[in-house]
Design a protein. Structure first.
Length: 133
């Protein structure tokens, strides 16, 4: 048995699930769009996205699309899977069905998205354009 009260208290704190991390991140993701904060969106891109497309291509794409949606929320989070990005497998990726409103039209849209959770940190995937070679 563990007699250290600090360790016992830490052990009893429930670990957040990937779903909880993703749901919290999506709120931040939506707030970044509302604030037109493309830098925080670029910073939270999955490293495989930046590697596949190149940092400049991703920066241009994210900067051009930031603010295009509002009122972002999660409809459904799927189990982890492996996806191919630029022909390279990326493991531990959750498909997520989001819903948001298009800023220009107000039209509500459901969107398939992909997020990954690593040690409590969430990153997202997007198609930045043509993969770099």
């Amino acid at each position: 048995p563990n007699d250290d009260p600090a360790e016992a208290a830490t052990a009893s704190v429930p670990r957040r699930s990937d779903e909880e991390h993703i749901t919290a991140f999506v709120a931040t993701f939506g707030a970044a769009h509302d604030a037109r904060d493309s830098q925080s969106l670029i910073t939270s891109l999955h490293p495989a996205v930046v590697e596949a497309y190149g940092v400049n291509t991703c920066r241009e794409h994210v900067s051009a699309t930031t603010g295009g949606v509002t009122d972002v929320s999660v409809l459904e989070i799927g189990p982890e899977q492996t996806i191919l990005l630029g022909g390279v497998p990326v493991h531990g990726v959750h498909p997520v069905m989001l819903t948001w409103s298009e800023t220009s039209t107000g039209e509500r849209t459901n969107v398939n998205a992909f997020f990954s959770v690593t040690e409590g940190s969430v990153s997202w995937f997007t198609n930045c354009g043509q993969p770099s070679t």
